[in-house]
Design a protein around this ligand. Structure first.
Ligand SMILES: [Mg+2]
Length: 242
């Protein structure tokens, strides 16, 4: 039996696809087509959002920093006309509220995740999530994916007060599950946050490389690498048996 700690965004929950869906509805409702397609809006939002997240993860700032800035920056980037910057703030707050209400209930995931989770649990493993994110929306994303019943502990950066790859959040996860690092695996899409972060506290690591993944954010040698969730349970068993 092993403790398996999964990253959520871009590992289980399809960050890009869910945002494209959210922006399709928002873009239509706001009549923004004069200022670019809904895909162009989503793409720019994701770039701005990722940049702001890099900043808060580096400086251990709250997610509020991102929430106050991402939409106003997006409006400017897309050239939305406005008389006063105050209007961007008001419109930004409205969009932020919609995002808070809708996005975490969108359930586009990667193929084969629930089958993999079923197999992993039948093999006797304990499944947890460790994610840089806010507890309530992350809990809703897990529910939208249909994975709530599989997950024993959800560890989020807002509660642990540190972001992966800071060892503190991994120690927090190990403490709250009673797991030993040596019997634990960190599984995620980010080499920097999941693979190097897990390795630094003595966890075994698996790197998920989806076909549409972002370019690698660091270099490391994970014990296991996979592109398809349907292959993961078998690969993990082979690695555990050594
Ligand atoms: Mg991720």
């Amino acid at each position: 039996m092993a403790h398996l700690f999964f990253d959520l965004d871009r590992t289980l929950w399809h960050h890009e696809r869910n945002h494209f869906r959210f922006f399709e509805a928002l873009h239509g409702a706001r009549n923004w087509s004069e200022w670019g397609s809904s895909d162009a809006w989503a793409k720019s939002y994701l770039e701005i959002n990722d940049r702001l997240w890099d900043h808060i993860q580096l400086h251990n700032l709250s997610v509020d920093y991102v929430r106050a800035r991402r939409f106003p920056l997006l409006f400017r980037h897309m050239g939305l006309p406005v008389d006063r910057s105050k209007e961007f703030e008001v419109l930004g707050a409205e969009c932020e509220q919609l995002l808070k209400m809708q996005l975490p209930d969108m359930g586009e995931g990667y193929n084969g995740v629930s089958e993999a989770f079923k197999a992993l649990r039948e093999a006797g493993h304990q499944l947890h999530v460790v994610t840089n994110g806010v507890r309530e929306p992350q809990r809703r994303k897990i529910a939208a994916l249909g994975l709530s019943d599989f997950i024993e502990e959800l560890v989020t950066s807002d509660v642990a007060r540190s972001y992966k790859p800071d060892p503190e959040i991994f120690h927090y996860a190990l403490r709250s599950t009673g797991a030993q690092a040596g019997e634990s695996w960190m599984i995620g899409d980010s080499v920097l946050r999941d693979v190097l972060g897990g390795q630094a506290v003595g966890m075994r690591t698996a790197w998920f490389r989806a076909d549409d993944a972002l370019p690698p954010d660091a270099e490391a040698t994970p014990e296991l690498e996979f592109r398809d969730w349907r292959e993961f349970p078998g690969q993990l068993e082979a690695a555990i048996r050594g």
